[in-house]
Design a protein around this ligand. Structure first.
Ligand code: MG
Length: 206
């Protein structure tokens, strides 16, 4: 089994009079997060952690804030793209741990529903999603919310499992089976993920 770890970070300023979207939930609150998209800094940090785990750049690489197409975008779109990227190179999520740092709203009363929502978006069990809330004691960030995320990935299905399946399949020739197994046994070239990407643009304002 192969493991990969990813780290994500994001921050957004509060803005009065706009909807607050956090962890894919719409939360009743007098302020939302300013941003080019819906400002969901938790989903942005998770997206960056997933992309980082497979060396695929960051959210700004895929969804440039200069592109008007992403104005007001639902951040679940960004997350789905990151999930596709990790699946593309044969990985799935083991667990995810998140820290939200903000004075308001209080995270503890929201954490249960937020974990359920994030687990649903990621397609994993809620027991593998941790969301913790901290107040920024001593930090000059009264008007800003911050998210930190760590994700662990594992490779999907070792070749030995494929071989068991192949034994029971109707295949004409064992040499073809061996050739197919050799192909999937080759180390994944994660750097190939750069195929559709320019140099990393970390000027992320999403
Ligand atoms: Mg963001």
């Amino acid at each position: 089994m192969s493991l990969r770890i990813g780290l994500g970070f994001d921050s957004h300023a509060f803005e009065k009079g706009i909807p607050l979207v956090l962890g894919g939930l719409k939360i009743d609150h007098p302020e939302g997060f300013a941003g080019h998209s819906d400002g969901d800094l938790l989903l942005h940090a998770i997206t960056d952690a997933l992309l980082g785990a497979v060396s695929a750049g960051d959210i700004g690489t895929f969804f440039p804030p200069t592109d008007p197409k992403w104005k007001g975008a639902d951040s679940t779109v960004f997350l789905k793209t990151a999930l596709e990227e990790i699946a593309l190179v044969g990985f799935k999520i083991v667990n995810i741990d998140c820290v939200l740092i903000m004075h308001r709203p209080k995270i503890v009363p929201l954490a249960g529903e937020m974990r359920e929502r994030v687990a649903d978006l990621l397609g994993i069990d809620v027991n593998n999603v941790s969301i913790k809330g901290k107040t920024p004691e001593g930090l000059p960030q009264d008007g800003t919310a911050v998210a930190h995320v760590v994700v662990l990935l594992e490779s999907i299905g070792p070749p030995s499992e494929l071989k068991k399946l192949a034994v029971h399949a109707e295949v004409p020739d064992e040499a073809e089976v061996d050739a197919a197994l050799a192909a999937v046994s080759e180390p994944l070239n994660l750097s190939a993920l750069g195929r559709k990407l320019p140099a990393f643009d970390t000027d992320d304002l999403t």
